[in-house]
Design a protein around this ligand. Structure first.
Ligand SMILES: [Zn+2]
Length: 142
């Protein structure tokens, strides 16, 4: 499957029997999966999410948003546990075009992407259990 490197944004063609969490980029040698959320913005989002066949779970947040900050440690912890998808964060203040494009009206907003498809979308902070059951409802297992 096609996996875009979160470091150099080069496309890698990964054999389906190789877990993304154990693969390195052919271009830059860095890991193709990050156990911590990667940071996407107006410049790199469209090069990464639509081109990689790995589902990407994105937290749209802002510095001034209390519930966003409260949820951040939980989101980080779960990012390391879900090794078949990539967790990512978008700072809405640094990504005005993306926020407008995806019509982010309240934050935190969470969107599970599979390339250009939104597999699911939810607004409002969630605890670990709620996040896990939401992901399960959308076909993602830890
Ligand atoms: Zn790379």
């Amino acid at each position: 499957m096609i996996v875009v490197c979160p470091n150099c944004l080069k496309k890698n063609n990964l054999p389906t029997d190789v877990p993304i969490s154990q693969a390195q980029c052919g271009q830059c040698d860095k890991d193709l999966w990050s156990s911590t959320p990667i940071h996407l913005n107006d410049d790199n989002f469209m090069l990464f999410v639509p081109n990689t066949e790995v589902p990407v779970f994105v937290d749209f947040w802002a510095e001034w948003c209390g519930p966003c900050k409260a949820m951040a440690p939980t989101f980080e912890r779960l990012a390391a546990q879900y090794k078949t998808i990539q967790f990512a964060k978008v700072n809405t203040e640094e990504a005005p075009r993306l926020s407008q494009f995806f019509q982010i009206r309240s934050i935190p907003s969470l969107i599970l992407f599979k390339q250009t498809t939104q597999l699911g979308r939810v607004a409002g902070a969630m605890n670990a259990q709620q996040l896990q059951s939401w992901l399960q409802q959308h076909g993602v297992q830890a």
